[in-house]
Structure formats: structure tokens, C-alpha cells
Design a protein around this ligand. Sequence first.
Ligand code: GDP
Ligand code: MN
Length: 389
Amino acid sequence: MNIHEYQAKAVLAEFGVPVPRGKLALSVDEAVAAGESLGGNVCVVKAQIHAGGRGKAGGVRVCKSSDEVRAAASDILGCILVTKQTGPEGKQVNKLYVEEGLNIASEFYLSLLVDRESEKVAFVVSPEGGMDIEDVAEKTPEKILTVAIQSDTISAAESQSMAEFLGLKGEQLFKFADLAARLHKAFCEKDAAMLEINPLILTAEGDLVTLDAKFIVDDNAIYRHPELAELRDLSEEDPRETEAAEHELNYIALDGNIGCMVNGAGLAMGTMDIIQLKGQKPANFLDVGGGVTVDAVCEAFKLLFEDKQVKAILVNIFGGIVRCDIISNGLMEAIKTHPMNVPVIMRLVGTNEAEGRKIVKDAGLDVRWAEDLDQAAEFAAAAAQEVAA
Ligand code: GDP
Ligand code: MN
């Protein structure tokens, strides 16, 4: 789960991490008042969306007067911001964060993540701050240092190696050690999956401050953090994925036109691959899982039927723990409110296969049966093309 920059900074501040003073604003007037209350000669108006790359897209504006704040807030609030990370459809800006302006001497990149290889929390740092780290990794990989933290707390040697790599000196080394320890603590205690500070800045006054913050919480640990669960912003998430999650379905929206319903993540991926092999693209990843109920299958079918992008539905069930009759009964429930508006291709094998087929056949549903996955994908691809034509 992703949270907003202003929320991430509030979490970090609880751990004593230095962040700029700032205020949330939901209207232009609030933004102007926020800028005035922060005082100082400069403030920064920042769009709050769950995506980075805002600076280059015009979503971060440095302002030197209340008039400038008013102009920036009017421009940004309510607009659809298209950044490198939002996709071409962009994201609507519903919230602004107004921060005090700081005198930036240098910008660095710093992130923490779970390094699967070493099974440790690792820091990734680079003196090339404020840039796309992917570009740095590609063009100048020598400017990136990864340090896996060996014990529960960060050692002096570990933080020193990072600070020196960033070119920090003297007193700044101690400030960095203190900052790194606080970030590491926040990351571990809040069960983060990723924490990215880009940029981390050194101010002209010699302080290290987190100027931007992206914080992703491990979804599997959210139950341990009601305080983080509260920060969820559903307006930032795909409503289909939210709906699916409520029914414990593993669903990810994609941009193709063949809706898939599969049991098991591996089979779901295999199904997506074979759809591509037949020249079409999946509209989603959907693993209904082992313990699925008729209700959940019904909801899954509704999601697919409601998706305007879906031109054909491929049901690929390898019945084991999942019984084929549960899938068929789910379909029967769904069509009570959502008539089958696109061709449905079913491949049902395994547990209760005969019952599953009988339910659909007895109801006289216009389902196309496939004997194996290859045939199912072929039928689905042909059906999708026909509908599209
Ligand atoms: P992102 O583009 O979505 O990653 O947004 P950031 O929060 O990283 O802001 C983009 C850029 O705006 C930063 O790299 C800074 O160069 C600039 N910026 C942000 N806050 C300030 C500030 O307080 N003062 C100045 N001068 N620049 C800032
Ligand atoms: Mn940034």
C-alpha cells in the first residue's frame, strides 16, 4: 500500500527524521493561508498523488509570494497531472502540500528496501539526487552504492561508508549516521516494503533534510498497523482492484481485452502468456485462489462483465482444492444481475468437473467449452477479435 508524501513525512517525523515544515491544503485559499503561516520568503506547493516525477510535470512549484502560491495552487489543484509514473491517463490532484522552502546545497538519493538476496534491509544511496534513479543505474551504475544492514541496527561502519560515498564530511558524517539509524528504525517498525527519499538534501546551513518521501507499506503487515491502514487513499487506487481485494481475490488490472479467471498464480501467469502467444492481451491477472467461495467467484465475474475493455472471458480452472461447481455456481449468481455481454470460454478440469459443466449446460448458457488451455486461448483470442471487428 502506498501513502502520500505528506503522510510519509509525518510517519518519518515521529521517528525524529528531519522533514521540512509543511501543511496540507484542500483548497486554493487553504494553500495561501498555509504558505503565509509557514512564514519565510519561499514556500513550495506540491501536488499529492501516488506517483513521483511531479517536479518535471509541473506538480511542484517554488513560490516567492502569496500571489504565486495562489497561482500555483489554482493551476495544480484539480488538474490531471501526467508524470512519468502515472501513465498517459494521469492522476487528478485532490490535495496539495505546502512546505517551507529550503536552501538546497546538494541533493542525494537514498532508499531502503528488503534485499531478497541477502535477506536484509538494504540502503541504496547515490550522490545523483533528484534524478531518475533508473537512469543513474543504467548510465552510471558506479554512482550507486547498496549496503545491506547486517544486524538489527545499523553499524557505524555501514553508515560511514554511505556518508563518504555521498561525499559528506566532518560533522555531516554524524548527522548522516543519526538520520540513517532513524530511517532504518522507521522502516523496520512500520513494516515498510520500500522507503525512498529522492532527494535527500544538504542545506546551505549544513543540515540533512528529507525533501521528498515515498513510503510503501507491506500489504501483508497492514493488519499490524491500524494507524497506517487509516492512511489508505482509495481515490488513488484502481477501483476494480479495491473491489477485488475486498473479496480476497488476487486481481490486477491490465490493458488487454481478454478477461481471465484462473485458479493459482502460476496457472494465471501461464494463461496470460498463452493469450499473448495467440496475439491478444489479457485484461487482467486474476487468481481466485484455493479457498474461493461462490460469492467471491460471482464478484469476480461481475468485475469482468463490468469491464468495458473486456471483449471475451477465458475461464481456466484446474480443479483441485477449488471445485469446478463452485466456479459454475459463481457464474450463475453473477448473471442474475450481469447478463453475459461478451463470449465466455471455459476450460474446467479436475475436481467436480462434470458437475461444473452440467450446471452451465442445464442453464442453457452460451458458453464455449475448450478441452485444453491451448484451445481455450485460441477460442478466446478469436472471440475477442470477432467482437472487436
Ligand atoms: P517528484 O518530482 O515527484 O519526485 O517531487 P520532489 O518532491 O522530489 O520535488 C521535485 C524537485 O523540486 C526536487 O528535486 C527539488 O529540486 C525541488 N524542490 C522541492 N522542494 C523544494 C524546496 O523546498 N526548495 C527548492 N529550492 N526546491 C525544491
Ligand atoms: Mn522526488
